[in-house]
Design a protein around this ligand. Structure first.
Ligand SMILES: [Zn+2]
Length: 129
């Protein structure tokens, strides 16, 4: 596991490094997993930890992959006061890489939670068979 930002920089593409390690945001509708319906598990693109299952993914029409639940213990939440508003940032619990933000009370699904995640932060491992 890399311990410094320089070690991360050589392991990740420039785009991945910007999102994962500098809390960047990919442009909406540009990520590879926005409309993906494939069954499987989404892993942290930096360290490989399992983060989200495909059965929690739903169409939010916000332009980023959205999940109404995370694998227990895989994601940590941090208050984020940038951009003049209070949001909740989500990061990988193991490697501290930025994933996106989590929103509640929007009414999309019965769980009423939207993990809004950059495609560049995750990698889908399709279910076999
Ligand atoms: Zn990670």
């Amino acid at each position: 596991m890399p311990r410094t930002e320089e070690e991360w920089r050589v392991r990740l593409s420039p785009e991945e490094f910007h999102v994962l390690r500098e809390a960047g945001t990919e442009r909406p509708w540009t990520g590879e997993y926005v409309d993906t319906k494939t069954a499987g598990v989404y892993h942290c693109r930096a360290c490989g930890l399992e983060l989200f299952r495909s059965d929690a993914k739903f169409d939010s029409h916000c332009g980023w992959p959205s999940f109404d639940d995370a694998i227990p213990g895989a994601v940590k939440e941090i208050p984020d006061r940038t951009l003049g508003m209070l949001r909740t940032e989500i990061r990988c619990a193991r490697c501290d890489s930025h994933l996106g933000h989590v929103f509640e009370g929007e009414g999309f699904t019965p769980k009423d939670t939207r993990h809004c995640v950059n495609s560049l932060s995750i990698r889908l491992e399709p279910k076999e068979g």
